[in-house]
Design a protein around this ligand. Structure first.
Ligand code: PLP
Length: 471
């Protein structure tokens, strides 16, 4: 057993301590002044450990985590780009950190300037008129944007528009947000090129349609080249276009959703604008609208003004890059994704072969080692084996269009050497799968935990120490 496999309670030795306090000279706050009902009947079962035990334990725990600061993290659909440290430095300036949301407005001109500057920057980048910064995640932005669409139709007395069109390739949060907003979901199919099928869309457009939700490039990393025609058709039918800006990274500085015909959109600041992805938060999903929707922008979907620290980090990032450089990110992300795709497509099945944007999808291995009664290596096996080689796994089994999806997104922050290292490992794994898939079936072999029951771990996490438990 490795030292760090133990819980801190298991390191405990009776009487061991990491500090000493002088004996108390006064008993004025002694326990006898507390009502009996609030007093402990026995001492708390805290671990008794030395300072060194504590330092080693938590340092080792921190190093068991995988992050973009420790290695390559090609998690498709998540844009795990490096978060420059200058963002953190600026966000920790005392003048920003000490702000309170209830301060009088005249005392906060700096914060106001950050919001106004971000509004101007995002409007220039996206072609929208104005943004609200209240939504605290991408999915929260989707819900806010759909509420704006709903309010717009209601304000015009157009009450029949309760259905929203969502492509079959959409991210799961799109139909989920629409359902939470009380809209009925109508699915539009993808064509053989992996794009929204305009012929399938046309018959869906009637006077019950509130709009369409799309992301571009879509979840296969492909640019929806018919977007102008789609916008025309949806607008002619009286609907609005919602842009899921989670995939905005490759387009920044190149194409603007407003110019493509979108009316409402969100951005995931934790993707395109290099703010930390926190396990569920704090995030930020600002929502932008075109001029005719500005009167509906000020919906109250969160307390105060959203996650100011996150917005500030994103603003620092945009200013650091400047107008000239912000557009380089998407070009480099696109180049990196196509480089990996082309370097591996002889060993991994490529269901859609066109040039991708910032990410692409394989559909499992060409030669998975199956046959003659042998079970082949699956996408899960490839992902688990990557952990043994020190890489974070790509997104797997998403999008749902294929059975063995592996979705790879390198981002622009990785060097060619890093991409080459990853390609080499992916080729090694494909070789292992063809020769002896059992190596992959048992992977990972080098990590503290191998293959937990992910559903059980998410639904029924054990978050506190249970004496005698072997977890
Ligand atoms: C295409 C797409 N839309 C929406 C979302 C939801 O964003 P968030 O995780 O910030 O709620 C994601 C997240 O991965 C995404 O990839």
């Amino acid at each position: 057993m490795k030292y760090y496999d133990k819980l801190i309670f298991e390191l405990s030795r009776k009487g061991r301590t990491g500090f000493s306090l002088p004996a108390s000279s006064s008993d004025s706050i002694g326990t006898e002044t507390l009502p009996a009902v609030l007093r402990r009947s026995s001492a708390p079962a805290l671990p008794e450990v030395s300072e060194l035990d504590v330092v080693r334990h938590y340092t080792n725990l921190s190093q068991m985590n995988f992050g973009v600061d420790t290695g390559f993290y090609p998690l498709g659909s998540c844009t795990m780009k490096y978060n420059p440290k200058i963002n953190e430095e600026i966000a920790s300036m005392p003048a920003f950190q000490g702000l309170h949301p209830l301060q009088a407005e005249w005392t906060t001109p700096g914060a106001k300037a950050v919001y106004e500057g971000m509004d101007r920057a995002l409007a220039a980048i996206t072609g929208m008129k104005h943004f609200t910064f209240r939504p605290c995640a991408g999915a929260h932005g989707e819900l806010t944007g759909l509420m704006i669409i709903r309010e717009y139709h209601i304000s015009r007395g157009d009450l029949k528009r309760t259905r929203i069109i969502v492509p079959d390739s959409a991210h799961g949060t799109n139909p989920a947000s629409a359902a939470v907003c009380g809209l009925e979901i109508v699915e539009v199919k993808s064509n053989a090129d992996g794009l929204v099928d305009v012929n399938d869309l046309k018959p869906l457009l009637d006077d019950t349609i509130a709009g369409i939700m799309m992301t571009n490039p879509n979840t296969l990393g492909l640019f929806e080249k018919d977007i102008r025609r789609i916008a025309e058709l949806v607008h002619e039918a009286g609907g609005l276009l919602y842009y899921d800006g989670a995939n905005m990274n490759p387009l920044i500085g190149m194409v603007r959703p407003g110019d493509m015909g979108f009316d409402v959109m969100h951005l995931n600041l934790h993707k395109s604008f290099s703010t930390p992805h926190g396990g569920g938060g704090p995030g930020s999903g600002p929502v932008g609208v075109c001029a005719r929707l500005v009167p509906f922008l000020d919906l109250c979907v969160s307390g105060f003004h959203g996650n100011f620290g996150v917005i500030l980090r994103a603003y620092a990032y945009i200013l650091m890059l400047g107008k000239q450089n912000v557009g380089m990110c998407g070009k480099l992300a696109t180049l990196g994704a196509n480089y990996i795709k082309e370097s591996l497509k002889d060993l991994y099945k490529l269901p859609v072969s066109s040039i991708c944007k910032h990410e692409f999808v394989f559909d499992g291995l060409v030669n998975d080692g199956s046959g003659e009664g042998k079970e082949g290596a699956t996408t899960l096996d490839v992902a688990k084996r990557l952990l043994d080689y020190g890489y974070h796994a790509p997104t797997i089994y998403f999008p749902l269009l294929f059975h063995q999806s592996i979705m790879i997104e390198p981002t622009e922050t990785e060097s060619k050497e890093t991409l080459d290292g990853f390609i080499e490992v992916m080729r090694t794994i494909a070789g292992e799968a063809a020769a002896n898939p059992d190596i992959l079936h048992g992977a990972p072999h080098n990590t503290p935990i191998g293959r937990p029951d992910e559903t059980l771990a998410a639904r029924n996490p054990i978050l506190k120490y249970q004496d005698g438990c072997d977890c």
